[in-house]
Design a protein around this ligand. Structure first.
Ligand SMILES: [Zn+2]
Length: 433
């Protein structure tokens, strides 16, 4: 790893910029084979690579990181230093091993131009990371806290794994409405389009990764047994000062609601929805396309799934129809839809997004009202109050269109952020070297 850092920083001194697409030249299955050891994982030492941990990816554990210079680096040095005709060197731009994207591409629509993802299809990396986080989470109490150690280690471990899960969800949300980009010029080998919308099946896979791993209670692996051990140590020195103002009891609802809101924002933000909408127009006639209605419906179905069959039987506050975590998600979803439904919006929203959101609100209200009236079902007070308030909120939102103050719009903006509590400063968000 020291070698990797040295290669990277010397690369800068030689004039090379970051290349975050380097990590997409090989599959993770290829990297994790015996034959691949000693070979460059990425096209470039100028990438930001995560540690390669083979969790259900390949036949063996490959090198943990980039151990040698990549083909893109050789090419860039050839251009800058070897003195061949530059036009001749540049002609190789479309060779797959020379893929390139740098810092200013990381907020663009190409999700392969990202820091700390890995492999030819970063969705596979995201799934592996989530699998790894779930696997380790199940061993926190047994294996991640040593005898004699504080149980506070369990909370640190849980938060660290939750952060990994969220990072993977964030990788996936970047694929929705995305496009593959390249910098080829007219006349370059292969005559590739500089813009190609991402395949519909990959975008659907990305939406599922986000929803499956944030909207279901099971996605968080929490249990009373675990929660009762997830404490903090308070010390009036560097060892514990950052926990001084945290409750020893883990703020489970606040924390999970925050993650659900971030995940929702990762899909239902104006930039993503506008990209999806524009991609519909860019698609060829016979191409399978993810549409804005499909995105909105997929999210709604995942968040309000309980209402499908309606309530059956008797519920109680201790055993509610809709769980506490799910009620938070549903409330957040309503707020998000209401924002999107406001025609004056933030100026980003296209009219169809606003109209579709209002249609969804009306449909949701119908489903909610019929769930509350369902014969033979006895709702618990939590769910009854939640659904009644949701119905009333939709009424007010639909009637308040002309009174809406656009300054109050919350959220918006592309992608997700990580305002994470109790985390060590993350290297993932500080692209400074
Ligand atoms: Zn750098």
């Amino acid at each position: 790893m020291l070698r990797e850092v040295v290669m990277h920083e010397v690369g800068h001194t030689l004039g090379l910029r970051h290349n975050f697409k380097g990590s997409t030249i090989h599959t993770l299955a290829e990297i994790n084979t015996d034959e691949f050891k000693g070979q460059p994982h990425s096209g470039s030492v100028m990438d930001y690579l995560p540690i390669n941990i083979n969790y259900e990816l390949g036949e063996t554990q490959g090198d943990w990181t980039q151990v040698t210079i990549g083909p893109y680096d050789m090419w860039a040095i050839e251009y800058g230093y070897i003195g061949k005709k530059p036009e001749k060197v540049l002609k190789r731009v479309s060779e797959p091993l020379l893929a390139y994207a740098t810092d200013e591409d990381t907020w663009g629509p190409d999700p392969r131009a990202r820091r700390f993802d890995n492999g030819m299809n970063p969705l596979t990396y995201a799934e592996s990371q989530i699998g790894l986080a779930q696997h380790l989470r199940s061993k926190i109490l047994e294996d991640m806290v040593e005898d004699g150690e504080s149980w506070a280690e369990a909370r640190k471990a849980y938060d660290m794994l939750l952060y990994k899960q969220l990072g993977a969800v964030n990788i996936a949300s970047g694929w929705i409405g995305g496009s593959y980009l390249n910098r080829d010029k007219k006349g370059d080998e292969g005559d590739r389009d500089p813009i190609t919308p991402i395949e519909a099946d990959q975008q659907r896979r990305a939406i599922q990764i986000v929803l499956e791993n944030t909207m279901r209670d099971e996605a968080y692996g929490l249990s009373p047994k675990l929660l009762r051990r997830m404490t903090v140590d308070k010390w009036w020195d560097d060892g514990g000062q950052r926990y001084i103002f945290q409750d020893e009891t883990y703020p489970v609802h606040d924390k999970i609601a925050g993650i659900q809101a971030m995940a929702m924002n990762g899909i239902l933000n104006p930039q993503t929805l506008n990209r999806v909408y524009d991609n519909e127009f860019r698609a060829t006639e016979d191409e399978d396309v993810v549409t804005v209605p499909e995105v909105l419906t997929t999210v709604r179905d995942a968040v309000w799934g309980e209402l499908d069959g309606g309530p059956q039987g008797t519920y109680s506050a201790r055993s509610p129809y809709i769980s506490s975590l799910r009620r938070n998600a549903q409330r957040e979803h309503l707020n998000r839809l209401i924002d999107l439904s406001m025609p004056a919006g933030s100026g980003f929203y296209t009219a169809p997004v606003s109209n579709l959101s209002r249609m969804q609100l009306r449909e949701l209200k119908g489903t909610i009202d019929s769930a509350m009236r369902r014969k033979g079902a006895d709702l618990d007070p939590y769910s009854r109050a939640h659904l009644a308030e949701a119905s009333s909120l939709i009424d007010r939102a639909l009637n308040a269109q002309y009174l809406y103050n656009t300054d109050d719009i919350a959220g918006g903006g592309g992608g997700m952020m990580f305002p994470f509590m109790g985390q060590p400063a993350s290297n993932a968000d500080s692209p400074s070297n």
